[in-house]
Design a protein around this ligand. Structure first.
Ligand code: NAD
Length: 262
């Protein structure tokens, strides 16, 4: 379904972006990186570990990434190293995309009532608090203001069967975006949660009956088709651009309107 629509003009010319969460070319983070570079930005990409690296490397090559570094967000040294490299390379940062989530399989698939304290805490740490850890390091480099994005899902707001503990975790992520928007507004830094409709990615394959969710989204969304990762990336690019300079703190749906349906 990829885009017959020509890429928009160089709305992000000269901007520097850190994008965390590319696993492969199906990743939402890939869509962001592709849309940003199409619109003139330079990107720094990370890979979770050596096992992930060969799948992320082709994306770094395709998009001519200025930096390509390991980052597991549970490793503070790696977080520090990524931002030190950004400072050395660019001296500043304009855009940050957090597009990662994790929950142990048993906790994810077992229903909220049964989720373990450890599994819940791990999901919250990797899927929510890591956004704050990234933001805390990004803010000092956003000398001319900037934009922060985190990927959420409608299961934060309404009950979506099988989304389980990720519902409350994404609710915390969306709320964190609002509080960060409040705290960072005076610095000219805007913050959004992006809420894509279902997209077949590696992370999505961990959800029970994801294919049912996807089919429902396509048949019920007012715009009548699934969303792809480039759509999500282009929406982020618009929000990061001066066209959206008075928007912050929102949860922005990129779901063909699915969220308005009963
Ligand atoms: P994906 O599998 O392509 O990306 C998930 C990424 O999380 C991977 O790159 C993985 O390496 C990374 N990750 C997990 N644990 C990590 C850690 N400890 N340190 C660093 N990185 C880690 O899947 P995706 O669907 O593109 O997911 C991206 C985001 O979009 C997630 O927050 C997900 O919840 C959200 N989202 C996905 C959908 C969908 O239907 N696919 C819909 C709405 C929101």
């Amino acid at each position: 379904m990829h885009h017959q629509i020509p890429p928009p003009p160089l709305m992000l010319a000269g901007k520097k972006a850190l994008i965390v969460g590319v696993a492969n070319e199906s990743s939402i983070a890939y869509g962001c990186a592709k849309a940003f570079t199409d619109m003139g930005a330079e990107v720094a990409l990370t890979y979770q570990n050596e096992k992930a690296r060969p799948f992320v490397q082709p994306v770094a090559t395709e998009l001519d990434a200025a930096l390509f570094l390991p980052l597991d967000v549970t490793q503070p040294d790696q977080l520090d190293a990524v931002f030190a490299a950004i400072e050395a390379k660019w001296g500043q940062l304009d855009l940050l995309v957090h597009s990662i989530a994790f929950a142990p399989k048993a906790d994810l698939q077992g229903g909220l009532l049964q989720s373990s304290a450890e599994g819940f805490a791990m999901a919250m740490d990797i899927s929510c608090h890591s956004f704050l850890r990234l933001a805390r390091r990004a803010v000092p480099l956003m000398r001319d203001g900037g934009s922060l994005f985190a990927m959420s899902y409608h299961g934060a707001e309404k009950v979506v069967p099988h989304y389980n503990l990720m519902g409350p975790v994404k609710a915390a992520l969306e709320s964190s975006c609002r509080y960060l928007a409040y705290e960072l507004g005076p610095k000219g830094i805007r913050v959004h949660a992006i809420s894509p409709g279902p997209i077949a990615t590696r992370a999505a394959s961990g959800l029970k009956e994801f294919d049912v969710m996807l089919a429902h989204a396509v048949s019920e969304a007012p715009l009548g088709e699934g969303v792809d990762v480039i759509d999500v990336g282009r929406t982020c690019a618009y929000l990061a651009s001066p066209c959206a300079r008075h928007m912050t703190g929102s949860t922005v749906y990129v779901d063909g309107g699915l969220n308005i349906m009963a």
